[in-house]
Write a protein that binds this ligand. Sequence first.
Ligand SMILES: NC(=O)C1=CN([C@@H]2O[C@H](COP(=O)(O)OP(=O)(O)OC[C@H]3O[C@@H](n4cnc5c(N)ncnc54)[C@H](OP(=O)(O)O)[C@@H]3O)[C@@H](O)[C@H]2O)[C@@H](O)CC1
Ligand SMILES: Nc1ncnc2c1ncn2[C@@H]1O[C@H](COP(=O)(O)OP(=O)(O)O)[C@@H](O)[C@H]1O
Ligand SMILES: [Mg+2]
Length: 284
Amino acid sequence: MNTIFIDQKEILKRYKYIDKQTHKGIQGHALLIGGSYGKIGSVCLSSKAALKTGCGLVTAFVPKCGYEIVQISIPEVMVLTDVQEKFISNITFEIVPQAIGIGPGIGQERYTQKALHDFLKINTAPLVMDADALNILSLNKSWLSLLAPKTIITPHPKELERLIGTWKSEEEKFEKTKLFSKQYNLIVVMKGAPTHTIDGETIYENSTGNAALATAGSGDVLTGMITSLLAQSYEPVNAAILGVYLHGLTADIALPETGYQSFIASNVIENIGKAYLTLQNAQK
Ligand SMILES: NC(=O)C1=CN([C@@H]2O[C@H](COP(=O)(O)OP(=O)(O)OC[C@H]3O[C@@H](n4cnc5c(N)ncnc54)[C@H](OP(=O)(O)O)[C@@H]3O)[C@@H](O)[C@H]2O)[C@@H](O)CC1
Ligand SMILES: Nc1ncnc2c1ncn2[C@@H]1O[C@H](COP(=O)(O)OP(=O)(O)O)[C@@H](O)[C@H]1O
Ligand SMILES: [Mg+2]
């Protein structure tokens, strides 16, 4: 098996410094599409995480009921709304994002499924798919062929099972996921403890993170972080690997202060800066 252990040394090979002359227009524009009535928090978490991971602009596309929630909870984020009040039914926008993350909290309404299908048919931006976007794909497996090469998917074990079916051993899980990655030319972020990112035959095993991450919304945050890195022009596989590494590192940094139990997804976002600083300090 071709497994690469992703530690700080491997990350420093991939991490890109900020150009002193940069501006928000070239730092990348990320679009996060998600949320439904009662789950607007997920897209708030993804959007804020995207900003804190360094892209220049973030727009959230949410159902109408999410408009004020996103505007008030994260004023830095721009908001576009669907025509429907409680769920997404028609994904249209005039902005040109450098990357899109779709799925957190989006639900599986029939109209949302159709909206996802129509979106996949026309989308050309680098894409991260998570949560209910993956569950919708599991219900409509023929749509997998609509995904552009190197689309990143970020399933937790249950979402992965819905996509590839059950496995009897860890070995079988890896074999089936590699086959799936090759069949559809996808990058699969197999979330777990630890998380493995699979790109065809290559497995990248992450070295950061701990059980404090077992908390609502921590995956939604990861989606925003990887989308942000994609928007900043990281190659998809490097966006996935670096996003997973920084995400885990936030929990390692926060653990002495929060303990396992009181760490929440917002603490991931709060500690992204410190996680980045470990990389900058290591290169001095
Ligand atoms: N504030 C908000 O708006 C939030 C909104 N959110 C949004 O809600 C939507 C539904 O997402 P979801 O992941 O909660 O539901 P679902 O896909 O049924 O999976 C749950 C089942 O999967 C399993 N499982 C999970 N992890 C596992 C592991 N590591 N290892 C093993 N098994 C694991 C476990 O199954 P069990 O073991 O119980 O059989 C568990 O019961 C989605 O759109 C999301 O973005 C949430 O992010 C929360 C915050
Ligand atoms: N025990 C654990 N150790 C390390 N990481 C974990 C652990 N439990 C969960 N995580 C991480 O937390 C995140 C959970 O994602 P997910 O299940 O999608 O959460 P949500 O949908 O609530 O946002 C993943 O990145 C996963 O790897
Ligand atoms: Mg999730």
